[in-house]
Design a protein around this ligand. Sequence first.
Ligand SMILES: [Zn+2]
Ligand SMILES: [Zn+2]
Length: 112
Amino acid sequence: MFFFFVGGVNQQVKEVLKRGAGRCIACGSAADLVEYEKVLKIFFLPVKTWPGKQPVLHCDNCNLFFPQSFAPPPPPADERRLRSITDVLTCPHCSREVDPEFRFCPFCGSAL
Ligand SMILES: [Zn+2]
Ligand SMILES: [Zn+2]
């Protein structure tokens, strides 16, 4: 049986959520935070679309879609969150979070 298939699944922008939300990982120009959808095209006709799982960044310049976590982040909030984690004392023995005031771990009883 001869089977000829012209088409494929493309990603396309469904809605721009935030312009210039990040930077393109390929060309470095401003990228938009978008909601995307996947489109199945056969003979260049869209036959099926389904929404993307989560917003992604899209570069207009090179038409690239990539996850937000790939982009160079502007993360003062993230850095603050990391610092507050290191402020918590963890038991070197069982690595559970303990109060810095404690001299002995309440979970495993080892000295801190
Ligand atoms: Zn780009
Ligand atoms: Zn412990």
